[in-house]
Design a protein around this ligand. Structure first.
Ligand SMILES: *Cc1c(COP(=O)(O)O)cnc(C)c1O
Length: 528
C-alpha cells in the first residue's frame, strides 16, 4: 500500500464537514468483492424466481472499491469512542474491555463457518461448547438449566416472563401482576407488559432498597412474581433479599433476577442461593462480547429445577446412554467437553431435545451462537477464581471512585456500593447551574466516555458511574481528576457558559437529543 496514495485519496474526504456516505463515494463499476467460480451450473432466473416476483430495475447499492471501503470505515472508526480506546464508565451497561482471545476463538472456521441447520452428528463440538457453557453459567447462578435462544437482555426478560406464565398456567392459576422496584431498568416494565402482565411498582426506601412494608402490602395471590436485580440498579445490595424471597414465595409468586450485570457477584454469591427462580444474563455485558451500536448479544435465561420443563426448545443436550452411547468416549465422562469428532449418527454424544412443556421457540435457530463461544472462552481463561477476582475488583474500583469523588459530587447513598456508584450533580446545579448533562459532555473533552445520566430515575441529576474491573488505578486516577476538574471549573467565573459549550473537541458538538425521536423521517415510501 502506498502511503502517499492513501493520503492523496483521503485528504479531501476528511474535511470538517464530515465523512461522505458510501453512496456519495459510489462510482459505477467499482466493487469490493470477487466471487469464486464454484462449478455449479448456472440456472436461469426464469427457473428460480417467478416473473411476478422479479425486480425490474437494478438494486440501488453503492459501488466502491475495497480500498475506498476500508478507508471509509477506518475514518469513521477514528471519530468514535470505544471500549478499546479508553475508559467507558457507562453505568448499568458494563462497557468493559473484552479480551481479544475471545474473538480469536469465535473466529475459528470450525465455529464461525457452521450452518445452524447442520445435523447434530456433524456439529458435536458446537453442541459440547453450548452444553459446557450452560453448566458453567448454572454453576455461576445456582440454577438447574438454561436456554441460549434469547438474543439480548430484554429478549431474555420476555422469555423469563413467558416461563413464569407457563408455570402458573400449569398449576391452573391465573395471576396478572408482576412487581418491580421503582429503581428498575426500563426494560423490566416493558417486558412485563409485553408478556401480558400488569406492572405494580414497589417504592424504594431511604436506603435505596426495596421498601419491605410496601412490598408486603402489594403481595397477594394475583402476583405472578417480582423482577429484581441484586445489586439493584442503584448499585446497592438488597440486604433483605432472603425476606423478600420468602414473602414472594409465600403467596405463590416467582422471583426473577435481572442478571444483565453480573460483574458484582461473579463467584461471590448466586441468585439461586438468594431464592431466585429465573435469571437472565447479558453475555454481551459480563462475558466478553463487545456491545453497543446494535451488535449481536445473548441473553440466556437460567431457571431452577421446577421450570426446566418449560424452557424453549430445541436445546443442546448431552445424550444419555440410551439415546446414543459415546463411542470412543469414556464412560466416566472424563474428557467430556472436548469437541468430539463427527462419528456415525449412533455415536453422537450431544443432540437436540425439546422440553416436555416447552413454551416453544423464542428465536429462529439457536440464538447468536458466536457470542456463546466468546463467553465460554472468557470463563475458561479466567477459571472460577479469576471470575471471583473480576467481581472483587469491579466492586473495589467503584468504591474507590465513590470515596474519592464524595468531595466534588453528591453521593445520594453513601455506603459501600457494588460494581457501580450513583453520584449526583444536584448540589453542583444549585450552586452553579451546571447539570449532570453538562458534566457528561465535558467528560468527553477529557478523553472519557460519559457516565449514564438521569438514571436511575429516582435520583435527581444522577451520574451513574461503572468503572468496571478492567481499568487500572492510573486510569481511575485520571477519571477522578477529570470529574474533579469539571466540578472546580463550574465554580469559576464563566463556568456555566464553558460547560454549555462542551464538547468542543469531538467530531460533533451538542446534538439535539430529542429530535430523532420527535421528527421521524420515513426512509422509504410504503405506498404501492
Ligand atoms: C442492559 C440491561 C438490560 C437490557 O439488556 P439488552 O441486552 O440491552 O436488551 C436489562 N436490565 C439491565 C439491568 C441492564 O443493564
Amino acid at each position: 500500500m502506498s502511503a502517499a496514495g492513501g493520503r492523496a485519496l483521503s485528504a479531501p474526504l476528511m474535511g470538517r464537514d464530515g465523512e461522505p456516505t458510501l453512496f456519495e463515494l459510489s462510482e459505477p463499476g467499482r466493487s469490493s468483492w470477487q466471487l469464486r467460480t464454484t462449478g455449479v451450473p448456472d440456472w436461469s432466473e426464469d427457473e428460480l424466481i417467478p416473473s411476478g416476483h422479479r425486480r425490474t430495475g437494478p438494486v440501488p447499492l453503492a459501488e466502491v472499491s475495497e480500498r475506498d471501503l476500508v478507508a471509509h470505515f477506518t475514518r469513521l472508526s477514528h471519530r468514535q469512542f470505544s471500549v478499546d480506546l479508553g475508559a467507558y464508565p457507562l453505568g448499568s451497561c458494563t462497557m468493559k474491555y473484552n479480551p481479544k482471545v475471545c474473538d480469536t476463538v469465535a473466529a475459528l472456521p470450525g465455529l464461525a463457518g457452521v450452518h445452524p441447520a447442520a445435523p447434530a452428528s456433524t456439529v458435536q463440538g458446537w453442541l459440547a461448547l453450548v452444553v459446557e457453557l450452560e453448566e458453567a453459567l448454572c454453576a455461576v447462578t445456582g440454577m438447574a438449566a438454561a436456554t441460549f435462544q434469547p438474543a439480548a437482555g430484554a429478549a431474555g426478560e420476555l422469555t423469563g416472563l413467558l416461563l413464569m406464565r407457563a408455570y402458573h398456567e400449569s398449576r391452573r392459576e391465573t395471576r396478572r401482576r408482576v412487581l418491580i422496584p421503582d429503581s428498575a431498568h426500563g426494560t423490566n416494565p416493558a417486558s412485563v407488559t409485553l408478556g401480558g402482565f400488569q406492572v405494580t411498582t414497589v417504592p424504594s426506601d431511604a436506603r435505596g432498597c426495596v421498601d419491605m412494608e410496601a412490598l408486603r402490602a402489594a403481595l397477594d395471590t394475583d402476583v405472578a412474581g417480582i423482577m429484581l436485580t441484586n445489586p439493584n440498579t442503584l448499585g446497592l445490595f438488597e440486604e433483605d433479599i432472603a425476606a423478600i424471597a420468602d414473602a414472594v414465595h409465600e403467596v405463590g409468586g416467582l422471583l426473577y433476577y435481572d442478571g444483565a450485570n453480573l460483574n458484582a457477584i461473579l463467584g461471590v454469591v448466586r441468585p439461586g442461593d438468594m431464592g431466585f427462580d429465573i435469571v437472565h444474563l447479558n453475555l454481551h455485558k459480563t462475558f466478553a462480547t463487545p456491545h453497543g451500536g446494535g451488535g449481536p448479544g445473548a441473553g440466556p435465561v437460567a431457571v431452577s429445577e421446577r421450570l426446566v420443563d418449560f424452557l424453549p426448545g430445541p436445546r443442546p443436550v448431552r445424550l444419555g446412554t440410551g439415546e446414543g452411547s459415546p463411542e470412543g468416549g469414556r464412560p466416566d465422562g472424563a474428557g467430556e467437553g472436548r469437541p468430539a469428532h463427527a462419528g456415525p449418527p449412533g455415536a453422537a454424544r450431544y443432540g437436540w431435545a425439546t422440553p416436555a412443556r416447552s413454551i416453544g421457540r423464542v428465536h429462529s435457530w439457536h440464538g447468536n451462537a458466536l457470542v456463546l463461544a466468546r463467553a465460554l472462552t472468557y470463563i475458561r481463561v479466567h477459571g472460577g477464581d479469576g471470575l471471583r477476582r473480576v467481581a472483587e475488583r469491579a466492586v473495589l474500583n467503584a468504591n474507590w471512585l465513590r470515596v474519592r469523588l464524595a468531595g466534588s459530587y453528591d453521593v445520594p447513598f453513601d455506603r459501600p456500593c457494588m460494581h457501580e456508584v450513583v453520584l449526583a450533580a444536584a448540589s453542583l446545579k444549585r450552586r452553579t447551574g451546571v447539570r449532570a448533562l453538562d458534566v457528561a459532555k465535558r467528560l468527553l473533552e477529557e478523553g472519557f466516555h460519559a457516565p449514564t445520566v438521569y438514571f436511575p430515575l429516582v435520583v435527581d441529576e444522577a451520574l451513574m458511574v461503572e468503572p468496571t474491573e478492567t481499568e487500572s488505578l492510573q486510569t481511575l486516577e485520571a477519571l477522578a481528576t477529570a470529574f474533579e476538574r469539571i466540578a472546580a471549573e463550574a465554580d469559576e467565573e464563566g463556568g456555566l457558559e464553558a460547560a454549555h459549550a462542551a464538547p468542543r473537541t469531538t467530531p460533533v458538538g451538542r446534538v439535539d437529543e430529542a429530535r430523532a425521536a420527535r421528527t421521524l423521517v420515513p426512509t422509504y415510501d410504503a405506498r404501492p
